[in-house]
Design a protein around this ligand. Structure first.
Ligand SMILES: Cc1cc2nc3c(=O)[nH]c(=O)nc-3n(C[C@H](O)[C@H](O)[C@H](O)COP(=O)(O)OP(=O)(O)OC[C@H]3O[C@@H](n4cnc5c(N)ncnc54)[C@H](O)[C@@H]3O)c2cc1C
Length: 476
């Protein structure tokens, strides 16, 4: 088997050790929130009545609440959050806000080729609406419309870049090795594509906190530490129960993503796959000059097991990805967030990418569960006579699509036919994952195959080709 650049140009063990010596196991984005954006909200006690009850206060639940309050300003809207607003994926992700609703054009083309022009337009409108939200609602989530840079870091990836650029999409620029390194100075770059318009960078925890703040200003009630334990539709509407209370509403939205669904039919639809992240200390002016990166793009390399990295407002570098760890039993558990081997690997890959930053330290390390579905993008639907709507399974690309999901769920509850609800992507559910042990065997075999492909000029083995042909797979 061949090697990757991260094995060929490995930094000294002492550099990695030094960089991780004082790193806190804590989510930088949450730590970076001002107290004013972290109000302690009450738990639900007693019986409440509402027009709409939303379970989950990540982006999906909060966008749904905000959009619902715009559609019907007089509606009573209650959000129930099991822990704290934005504590899960929405508060700890990379902050790449992409236009794509299909987990990339290639995935979309392979599944819904006829719908892609419409999906791309809707995705771009959705991204534009998120960008406009800061001014529209008076929010600050540090949005920067930088686009995304995709560097080739192995020779076989150069052909993929050329194919991509040859599609002739507007705003897609092919950079040769010199131009790629002039954009961001890494000796690993052999060339790159820069998609200039289809992605923005934002502060993930701020987006969640600001959505909650604006929702509350518009009269939405948010309860924290109030896990919903059941859905009852035996009466005229829907009742959502928590330990100490209940909400009786006309409609419910389930925005619980990778967590166990309140609907049995959705229990096998997603699996949690753990993704690991590091954040550096702020770079000095000299360190910034040594890497260039003046256009501040988000970066995702072209490997199957890819890294994503970006700058923060105070010029730290977030560096995440590569390892994607599935634990037998598909549970979300805090102990899965502690994986020193993944952080060490990431730190090593960081200094291969930017050897000129040797000596830099990581201040934060954390992990989160990726909301993986078999079609790599969200699925949607209604249940219980259209009193309940759900969307989940964004597969690591939900920052932008969560807002779109909110629009779709509200359309579905209203029973309207429009270009969103008529999409095949919205109407058809993907296949579920199999139960254990098949899920663990399948997912781990796929991961192993993707790693081998990265070490073997990108060549996909029989398992990957079969999964491709079936439209199934595993990604993060
Ligand atoms: C490390 C990491 C990096 C990522 N990077 C990116 C990226 O750069 N770009 C991108 O587009 N996407 C990224 N993602 C994915 C993205 O963060 C998610 O797709 C998105 O945040 C999903 O939002 P959500 O609201 O659906 O889910 P979540 O943020 O998970 O929110 C679901 C909420 O529901 C609550 N809940 C669950 N069950 C119940 C219940 N029974 N009762 C009450 N509350 C309940 C949970 O407590 C949680 O707060 C990343 C994810 C991770 C983990």
């Amino acid at each position: 088997m061949g090697t990757t650049v991260f094995e060929r140009q490995r930094p000294a063990a002492s550099v990695v050790r030094h960089s991780l010596a004082d790193t806190r196991h804590s989510v930088f984005w949450r730590d970076d929130l001002p107290e004013s954006l972290l109000p302690d909200r009450p738990a639900l006690v007693g019986t409440h009545r509402a027009d709409l009850v939303i379970v989950g206060a990540g982006y999906t639940g909060l966008w749904t609440a905000l959009l619902a309050s715009e559609r019907r300003p007089d509606a009573r809207i209650v959000v129930l959050e099991g822990q704290r607003v934005g504590w899960a994926a929405s508060g700890r992700n990379g902050g790449f806000c992409e236009a794509s609703l299909t987990h990339g054009a290639e995935n979309g083309m392979s599944r819904w080729p006829d719908e892609m022009p419409l999906l791309e337009r809707l995705g771009m409108e959705n991204l534009d609406a998120i960008e406009a939200a800061e001014a529209k609602y008076g929010m600050d989530f540090q949005f920067e419309r930088t686009g995304e840079l995709a560097p080739a870091i192995e020779p076989h990836q150069l052909a993929w870049l050329e194919e991509w650029a040859a599609e002739g999409e507007e705003g897609v620029v092919l950079l040769d090795q010199e131009a790629a390194r002039a954009a961001v100075n890494s000796p690993t770059y052999l060339g790159a594509v820069w998609e200039q318009r289809t992605c923005g960078m934002l502060h993930p925890a701020r987006l969640a906190a600001e959505l909650a703040r604006v929702c509350e200003e518009r009269g939405v009630q948010i309860f924290e530490r109030s896990p919903a334990t059941g859905l009852d539709t035996s009466g005229p509407g829907v009742t959502v129960a928590t330990r100490d209370g209940r909400v009786e509403a006309a409609h419910a939205v389930l925005a619980t993503n990778v967590f166990p669904s309140l609907l049995k039919r959705n229990r096998l639809m997603t699996v949690p796959v753990y993704d690991y992240v590091l954040m550096t200390e702020p770079l000095s002016a000299e360190q910034m000059a040594s890497i260039g990166w003046k256009d501040r793009q988000g970066i995702g390399d072209m490997a199957n097991q890819f890294h994503y990295y970006r700058l923060t407002q105070d010029n730290r570098i977030l560096f995440g990805g590569y390892d994607a760890i599935y634990h037998y039993g598909r549970r979300v558990r805090p102990e899965y967030e502690n994986r020193p081997a993944s952080w060490e690997r990431l730190a090593g890959h960081f200094f291969t990418t930017f050897p000129q930053l040797e000596g830099l330290r990581f201040t934060h390390k954390w992990a989160g569960a990726i909301d993986t579905s078999t079609q790599f993008t969200a699925f949607f639907g209604t249940a219980r006579d259209r009193r309940v709507a759900y969307a989940a399974g964004f597969t690591g690309l939900g920052v932008g699509p969560a807002r779109f999901a909110g629009e779709v769920m509200l359309d579905l509850l209203d029973g309207v036919k429009n270009e969103r609800t008529e999409l095949e992507m919205v109407r058809k559910r993907p296949l579920p994952f199999p139960p254990e042990p098949a899920a663990a065997i399948g997912i781990n075999a796929t991961r192993w195959s993707l790693d081998r492909a990265d070490h073997n000029q990108g060549r996909r083995n029989l398992l990957l080709k079969t999964l491709d042909a079936l439209g199934l797979g595993f990604d993060s």
